[in-house]
Structures are given as structure tokens and as C-alpha cells.
Design a binder for this molecule. Sequence first.
Ligand SMILES: Nc1nc2c([nH]c(=O)n2[C@H]2C[C@H](O)[C@@H](COP(=O)(O)OP(=O)(O)OP(=O)(O)O)O2)c(=O)[nH]1
Length: 153
Amino acid sequence: MPALPPDGAARTPVDVAVGVLIERDAAGRDGRFLLTSRPEGKVYAGHWEFPGGKLEAGETVEQALRRELREEIGIEVRQVEPWRVEIVDYPHARVRLHFCKVHRWSGEFQMLEGQAMAWQALPVEVAPVLPGTLPVLQWLAEERGHAGPTHRS
Ligand SMILES: Nc1nc2c([nH]c(=O)n2[C@H]2C[C@H](O)[C@@H](COP(=O)(O)OP(=O)(O)OP(=O)(O)O)O2)c(=O)[nH]1
């Protein structure tokens, strides 16, 4: 019988659409980005993440992102820029995170699942941050020439 692959590799990843909402400053440069806290009742409740959620059957990443941000934070995404894809193994699931930059949206932010929201710069001040968001903070640090820690450990 062939050896079983290591735990994690055996699991099919769940696709997740994630929005990195970024404010632009007066000069058009990327500024603060939005983090939200995971609501009570979900795994990693209280951890900070970029808003998003799992794709439903037949949805594209962009469709899922628009739906999730409407359902969770009450905004209409106006433009989606696919950015990077990352697989993360958690004890509860293996996820394929499709990170998208979002610079344009409309509507007022409403925390429809009882989350909290925080516009953040580097280093991120809210804690704890979800493990799957750490690579994003690193990519943002590289883009912005930020040296030093990206978050509080
Ligand atoms: N939204 C989001 N999820 C992330 C990030 N990083 C990361 O590892 N994840 C993981 C956590 C979860 O295992 C998964 C997202 O699933 P979820 O439970 O939030 O999705 P959902 O809103 O569709 O939830 P549900 O309907 O199943 O309750 O992706 C991130 O930055 N944002």
C-alpha cells in the first residue's frame, strides 16, 4: 500500500477570497489598510484578519469577494485587483487564500456580524493577528520599504 501523504497535503484546500482594502493618500500613494476581527463562534474568534470568506459553489474569487464584503461589512466593491495566492494549513482546514487588493468601494462600513474594524498602518497595532494574514503584512512591508516588525508578537 502506498504511504499516505503527510497530514495536510492529503486535504483538498478550501478556496477563500480575501480583500485587502487600501486607502489612498492625497498624493495617490497606498495608505492605511483595513483589518476586521473574526466574530464570536468562528474558529480564531477575536483574531484580526482581512475581510473575506469561502467561495460558494460556482462562484469566482471576485464574485465571492463582492458577496462576502457586502454580507460582512456592508460595502459594494467597485474594483478588484487579484494580487497573490497562498496556501495555509490549519488544524481545522487547509485553505487557499486568494488575496485581492481593493482601492475602490462604495457605501458605509457596517459590521454586520458584530466584528470590529481598524484601519491600520505598519506595524499593525491590533492583536492577535490571524496566522494567515502574516504573509500579507510582509508583502505590504516589502512594497512600502517598511523595515522592522510588521505586527506585535
Ligand atoms: N477572511 C479571511 N480568512 C482568512 C485570512 N487568513 C486566513 O488564514 N483565513 C482563513 C480563516 C478561515 O479558515 C478561512 C476563511 O473562512 P471563514 O470561516 O472566515 O469563511 P466564511 O466567512 O465563509 O465562514 P462560514 O460561512 O464558513 O462561517 O480562511 C484572512 O486574512 N481573511
